[in-house]
Design a protein around this ligand. Structure first.
Ligand code: UDP
Ligand code: MG
Length: 332
């Protein structure tokens, strides 16, 4: 197998027919040595049915269905673990990332790169708020993080087998895949592209999901927030020095130390700081706890389009457990 395409899909039934059509065209030059893996991330619309229909039409297509919604990064991981290609191409199901860029990425990889990531030169059909927060996020992350994570990129990229194996060797639960590739190293290069609007449906990243994603990225790639407590303690020391000068000054000059207002302010200021640092600490402790449970990242409930000899001959997957279709229910 030469080329694997991996697409996580959550409630994307409207996009899938066009997605599969455009992907089948994009992989045409390598059609006899390629596979397309669509991962249904526990959708509650007709995504799985659309995958079954598509897999009857496109022989390279494999569908994997997760037992429940596990989120974009885990769904992508499930597809990456199933991929058998020497080169692995990943993109979103909504066709915001054009599959037609694949030949250019392949040509870049021929020149010896291990990771060719798409860099968003322009984002169409996204709100100003989303563009602004995304812009700030990548810059903020780079200030805090110890690894240089390419700015304005997503998971849209072509990667080599060895860089994928490096990433799959990281069993962490809070997965920030683009950062994990950056951390793994190897030769990387960006390719600019224009990010289109969604072909159908709505974004699966409302503000709350974006926030969670951003905290995963920050805590996964930096421990600097933990040092914030130490830094803030210097601030509080400094404020205390100024306040004592003021208090002693007014005691000496006016024989009184007025200021229930300043006391109230000081109390709220420092309790704010304490709660903030506690919260940051809690964020890391909670993550430690979740990681320590070592639960599998996902379960597969159904597969489609897998040739039988491949099913038997494939390697056991580390973080996934395959269950029988009948033994899982989608009721949640
Ligand atoms: N996605 C997923 N599981 C989720 C949320 C999203 O598999 O819980 C998929 C989604 O189907 C899409 C990709 O992740 O293929 C990116 O999501 P989306 O396009 O909604 O994000 P945006 O482009 O708006 O940031
Ligand atoms: Mg999208």
């Amino acid at each position: 197998m030469y080329l694997s395409v991996v697409v996580p899909c959550f409630n994307e039934d409207e996009s899938i027919p066009l997605l599969v059509e455009r992907l089948a065209q994009a992989i045409a030059p390598w059609a006899d040595r390629a596979e397309i893996i669509l991962v249904d991330d526990g959708s509650d619309d007709e995504t799985w049915a659309a995958m079954e229909v598509a897999s009857a039409q496109v022989p390279q297509l494999r569908g994997l269905r997760l037992s429940a919604n596990r989120g974009h990064q885990v769904a992508l991981t499930a597809g990456l673990e199933a991929a058998r290609g020497e080169r692995i191409f990943m993109l979103d199901a909504d066709l915001q990332d054009p599959p037609e860029i694949l030949p250019d990425m392949m040509a870049m990889m021929d020149r010896g790169y291990d990771v060719v990531y798409g860099r968003r030169a322009e984002r169409k059909g996204e709100t100003l708020f989303k563009r602004l927060t995304a812009h700030l996020f990548y810059r903020f992350l780079n200030v805090l993080s110890d690894v240089a994570i390419p700015k304005d990129t997503g998971d849209f990229r072509l990667v080599s087998r060895r860089s994928l194996d490096a990433v799959l060797g990281m069993p962490e639960r809070s997965r920030f895949i683009r950062g994990m590739f950056a951390w793994a190293g190897y030769r990387q290069v960006g390719l600019e592209y224009v990010r289109d609007a969604r072909v159908a449906g709505v974004t699966k990243y409302p503000f709350r999901a974006m926030l969670r994603f951003a905290t995963d990225a920050l805590t996964g790639f930096s421990t600097k927030p933990l040092k914030i407590a130490t830094r803030l303690s210097f601030v509080s020391l400094l404020v205390t020095v100024f306040m004592s000068v003021y208090v002693f000054g007014s005691l000496v000059m006016f024989n009184t130390a007025p200021g229930w207002a300043s006391m109230l302010l000081a109390i709220s200021f420092f309790s704010g700081i304490q709660l903030l640092t506690l919260g940051i600490l809690g964020e890391y402790v909670g993550r430690l706890y979740m990681e320590s449970k070592q639960r599998p990242l996902y379960f597969l409930s159904q597969e489609t389009g897998v040739p039988t000899q491949l099913q038997q001959g494939s390697d056991p997957v580390v973080t996934s457990v395959v269950t029988e279709p009948s033994s899982t229910s989608k009721a949640s």
